[in-house]
Design a binder for this molecule. Sequence first.
Ligand SMILES: Nc1ncnc2c1ncn2[C@@H]1O[C@H](COP(=O)(O)OP(=O)(O)OP(=O)(O)O)[C@@H](O)[C@H]1O
Ligand SMILES: [Mg+2]
Length: 367
Amino acid sequence: MADSMIRLEEVIKTFPGADRPAVDGLSLEVGRGEFVTLVGPSGCGKTTTLKMINRIIEPTSGTIWVDGAKATDMPAFELRRSIGYVIQQIGLFPHRTIAQNIATVPELLGWDEARIRRRVAELVELVGLAPEMLDRYPSELSGGQQQRVGVARALAADPPVLLMDEPFGAVDPIVRGRLQDEFLALQRELKKTVVFVTHDIDEAIKMGDRVAILNIGGVLEQYDTPDRILAEPANDFVAGFLGADRGIKRLSLIPLRSVDLPTGAVCDVSDTPETAREAMLAQGWDWVTVLDGERLLGWVWGSELEGVSKVGEATPRPFRVTVDAGATLREALDAIVNTRNNVGVVVEGDAYRGILTLDLLTVELTR
Ligand SMILES: Nc1ncnc2c1ncn2[C@@H]1O[C@H](COP(=O)(O)OP(=O)(O)OP(=O)(O)O)[C@@H](O)[C@H]1O
Ligand SMILES: [Mg+2]
């Protein structure tokens, strides 16, 4: 890659006394502004790899470049300034307040107090923490709040590179999902170069522009975009790691918005019953979706239009299940499998976008 931000070349780490390397000949390139997830089973060398990038651990052999310079040739303080690190298990300092925790790197860099205070206030807002938490200690925060502090601390000196070691590992799935969404939104603005470690393949697929799948012994089994990994796993290890539901997982990569949705039988409140009946006939339906301009009002039975002069004289019922166009196909599938006819009405705000059926999802899967 022409503009790589992090490059590992044939990196090996053998810990003293170990009979095999923890990381064995790892070569990996991360582009500027790219979000790479590093995923693999426990003990496969993920943390070791991150720690070699910021030189908490020295490689046994091989070379690591950060922003065009050999990491081993850079003074450690300079390297540290360009790399934010979110350590595994959050690792906040228990006897320092939240504000002091976040200020760790700026203090090391010798910023003056006023500048540090401004930056801490900014970061607290950025990661969605309440300012009154600043004077508390880590044990007085929930797991999710502590993880936000961990991210704020890593971002403090605005480094171009972020290394994140299971940053959302210690929270329940719902909080985790929210932290993931928030961080993705933040990343769209910050455009950091991110190496994000997880052992959760779903998280890796959701978060990464590319996913690096490591095997025990720090062996890189596949490094590619989530879609290509799911569509063409390189070998049995990768396929096994992805799980039997990798077809369904692919659906989570496709935005509903990208699918051409049929509109079904649809009419406007101002239409005559005849127009509505033609729309139903064309689809073979005995009901019709009613719109007011773009706005979705609901649906009526064809029989309810008998004797009225305009569709608007009948009272439309609301659809029980609507899916927002911003959802992924995976989320849309979840929404419609539980409906009686496996059909979902897609809306954007209150505007009608079309009808999603299971058949349509199947077509997308086999693309
Ligand atoms: N300081 C160390 N001294 C000796 N061996 C180590 C050291 N740190 C890690 N190891 C070994 O290196 C291997 C890789 O460890 P590492 O912490 O990188 O795994 P990991 O992929 O981060 O695992 P997890 O998902 O459990 O966090 C393991 O076998 C571990 O026991
Ligand atoms: Mg680890």
